[in-house]
Each structure stands twice: as C-alpha cells, then as structure tokens.
Design a protein around this ligand. Structure first.
Ligand code: PHE
Length: 450
C-alpha cells in the first residue's frame, strides 16, 4: 500500500483548511445574506453560530479524520466497523460531488468576469443585468468557463496532498489576504463609505426574525465547509502533533474575518453610489458591482478597471481553494476504497462533476423548464446540500463522536494524547454532545417544515 499523504506543517494545515472554508461562501454569499437580512444584527447572530454550532462540528470532523487516518467512508469503517454510521460517510461523498457541481457554475461565471474585467469589457453605460442574463442563459459559454475551472481544480488535486493542496493553498491564501486588504483600503476611501460602515456595524435587533436566524445558521455551516466530511478528509492528513482545537479555532477566526472584510469591501462601495440597494440578492457581485466600479471610479476609469479585475481574481482564488477540498472528499474515497491510483480517482470525480455541473449550468438557460421537485438542477443541488446533507451530516457527525466513540479516544485526539493543555475542554465536549446536534436539529426541522 502506498504511503498516505500528509500536510507538512502546522501553517499548511491551517491554510489548507481555511482555504476550504474561505470561498464564494464568504465573498459572494455572505455579503448577499448580510444585505438581505439587515446588516450588523445578522452578523452578530452569524458569529454566535460559527463558534457555538459550526466549530464543534469542525472539531468532531477533525477527531474522526485524524483518529482514523482514512477518507470519510473509510473513517466510519475503521472506527465503527459494520455499523450504520457509514451512511454519514456516503452522504459526505455524495454531498461533495453535488456541491462541486453547482459551485463550479458560479466559479465559471467568476472566471468569465475576471477575463472580461481585464479585457476592459465591463465598461460604463451597459445594462449589467442584461449582460449577466445573456451570459448565464447561453448554452455553451458558461459551460466552457466552468470546464476550465474544473480542470484547474483537477490539476491541483491530482498533484496530491502536500505537493498539490498544501503547496497551492500556501501561495493562494496569502495572495487572497493581500488583495482583500488592498481592496478594502480602496473601498473605505470612497465618498459615502460611512453609510456602508454604519450598515455593517450598527446592529438593529428589530431586524432579527426567525428567518434571519435560520439563514445565519445555514451560512455558518456552508461557510465553514462542515457536515460533509470535507474537513474530516483533510484531518486524515494531519500529523499526530497537529493541535486540533487551536487549528479549528484559527480556521473559524480566519473565515469569519474574511467574510466580514468582504463586507467592508462591498458595502462602502455599494453605498457610495446613490440609488444602489444593498439587498440586490445573488446578482450583487455580478450585476451591482460592475455598475458600482464604473460609477465610483468615473473620473479615473483605470482604477475602476484595476479594482474590478482584482476583485474577481480574489473571488476566483477563494473558489479554487474550496473546490479542491470538495473534490478531495470523493477522490480520497475512490482512491482508497477501489484501489485506483490517485490520478485515476481524480479523473473519475472530475468527469462526473463535468456532467452534473453542465446540467446545473443549463438550468439557467435551455433547461430552465426541467424541474425536479419544482427546482432546476442548480437550485436542487444547492437545496439538497446546504439545507439537507450538510445539517443532517452535522447532526450525525457530532452524535457519532460524542455518543458512539469512546470519550477517552476523543479526549486523546483533542489533547494529542495528553501532551496539550486544552482550556475549556469540558465546554467544548458539551457543545459537541448537546448544543450542536440539538441546535442544528431544530434548524433542520424548521427548514424541512417550510
Ligand atoms: N466553505 C466553502 C465556501 O465558503 C464552501 C464549501 C462547502 C467548501 C462544502 C467545501 C465543502 O465557499
């Protein structure tokens, strides 16, 4: 049996896991949700969920992954042989493929917008809503960009854990951070930025409805990539010295920080243009922003062009470090379970995602009438993962760790065999045992009932 890959350094562990977490979820979905759900109050609720519900699930995934040193399915086979828990593993593999299929559609749009920005095609005076609709409904173009993006993902994953995932994350994450800081300085210096800041920083608790609470929790799960065994797969490549608790905490902190900083890029810019509303929905990044870039830099178009180009590169890098991790769930499973080489396993996953991904892309255009349970493919896959597989996975994963696994084994993983002093260990175990499964369960039932 060939030697299993592993991450080479602690920094690599945090950057690769944070790379998985930081993605379109932070830079595209988070500002959209903040805009739709009233701003600062939503952010506070969101942060509570990140640390009280999503972080415990992440820790549970880390315990399962490093404790078994196997892919998500293999993990349950090793830790609970012959028991039905393995279903959670298969749900993760399926979920990873479904997320990758619809997520790569949006990543493909981003690639297109990057190219258009640098070719200086997103110029003033156009109806950006019509431009966007024309592109996404085209039968071929979005699929072509999506294909290129999937091949980029394939390239990194097929290079392996240390030489691919870790190596590229270590370059892409710092670049991403740098772009965020530069864009934020740009954005904050715009006239009218103060209104954007107020929107982000002054909570109005009258806006916190049940719907807002549910959205905040869904966002926390999606943004931290938990519930599908994605981080369990990454944790299976951790070394025995990797500190699980502090790594999970760093990833949650980095992910929240980047989501909030994205808000600091987008809202000051949006509020600097009169008449543009912050609750534009999913079109915010592709319809509202090109307009904002043009208006805000009307006197200096070169800056507008630079700003928008950098913004879409940022989105692209963030998407890529996440799609790698989705791809890895199924690649690791096929590679280890069916004894295929890593490369062939990656080819299988990429081919499946190209086919399913094309169906998702077509659901915006020629296949917009094809509905399953009243949803097109894109919406269906989004719904099945974010609203169903991820929360259900979160419940099963935390229950497995706290109710099935031996408490000593869990503590041994969290403290690296007693060599690490973990403050608040009993609080963390309490969160994993009770708070996470019950909290997620309540939200899940609410979603199903609607
Ligand atoms: N966390 C990623 C994001 O915020 C999305 C993701 C979901 C990644 C599930 C992996 C698994 O964009």
């Amino acid at each position: 049996m060939e030697k299993r890959g592993s991450f080479g350094s602690k920094l690599g562990v945090v950057l690769a896991s944070a790379g998985s977490a930081v993605g379109l979820g932070n830079i595209w979905r988070f500002p959209t949700e903040v805009g739709n759900n009233g701003g600062a109050a939503f952010i506070l609720v969101y942060l509570c969920f990140v640390f009280l519900l999503a972080m415990p699930v992440m820790l549970a995934e880390f315990v399962i992954g490093r404790g078994s040193k196997a892919n998500t399915v293999g993990a349950y086979r090793t830790l609970a042989p012959g028991k039905p828990w393995i279903v959670a593993g298969f749900m993760g593999v399926l979920g990873g493929i479904l997320v990758l299929s619809f997520y790569s559609v949006v990543a493909g749009w981003t690639l297109h917008y990057t190219v258009e920005s640098f070719a200086n095609q997103l110029t003033a005076g156009q109806d950006f809503s019509a431009v966007f609709n024309k592109f996404v409904t085209n039968p071929w173009k979005p699929i072509a960009f999506q294909l290129v993006f999937l091949l980029m993902t394939h390239f990194v994953v097929s290079r392996g854990v240390e030489g691919g995932i870790e190596r590229y994350s270590k370059v892409m994450m710092p670049v991403l951070f740098l772009i965020i800081v530069v864009l934020m300085c740009f954005s904050l210096s715009m006239p009218g930025a103060g209104d954007g800041l107020r929107f982000l920083l002054q909570p109005d608790f009258s806006k916190v409805t049940t719907g807002v609470v549910l959205s905040a929790m869904g966002q926390a799960f999606f943004s931290l990539s938990v519930g599908l065994g994605c981080l369990a797969t990454y944790a299976s490549y951790f070394k025995k010295e990797t500190p699980l608790v502090s790594s999970a905490f760093s990833v949650c902190l980095l992910d929240s920080l980047i989501a909030i900083l994205s808000g600091f890029i987008i809202f000051p810019a949006v509020f600097s243009v009169p008449g543009v509303s912050p609750d534009a929905g999913p079109g915010l990044v592709y319809i509202t922003l090109p307009h904002v870039f043009n208006e805000a830099f009307a006197g200096l178009p070169v800056l507008g062009y630079l700003f928008s180009g950098m913004f879409y590169v940022l989105l692209l890098l963030a998407a890529l470090t996440s799609t790698i991790s989705m791809h890895e769930i199924a690649t690791a499973f096929i590679h280890e379970n069916y004894k295929l080489s890593r490369n062939s396993a990656a080819v299988v996953v990429t081919l499946v995602c190209i086919v399913l991904g094309a169906a998702c892309s077509l659901s915006f255009g020629p296949w917009s009438d094809v509905k399953i349970w009243n949803r097109g493919f894109f919406d269906l896959f989004d719904f099945l993962t974010a609203k169903f597989l991820m929360p259900l996975g979160g419940i099963l994963i935390t229950m497995f760790v706290e109710w099935y696994l031996d408490r000593r084994f869990v503590v041994e993983q969290l403290t690296n065999g007693g060599t690490l002093k973990v403050r608040c260990l009993s609080i963390l175990l309490f969160l994993i045992r009770w708070v996470a499964p019950i909290g997620v369960g309540i939200v899940f039932l609410n979603e199903i009932a609607n």
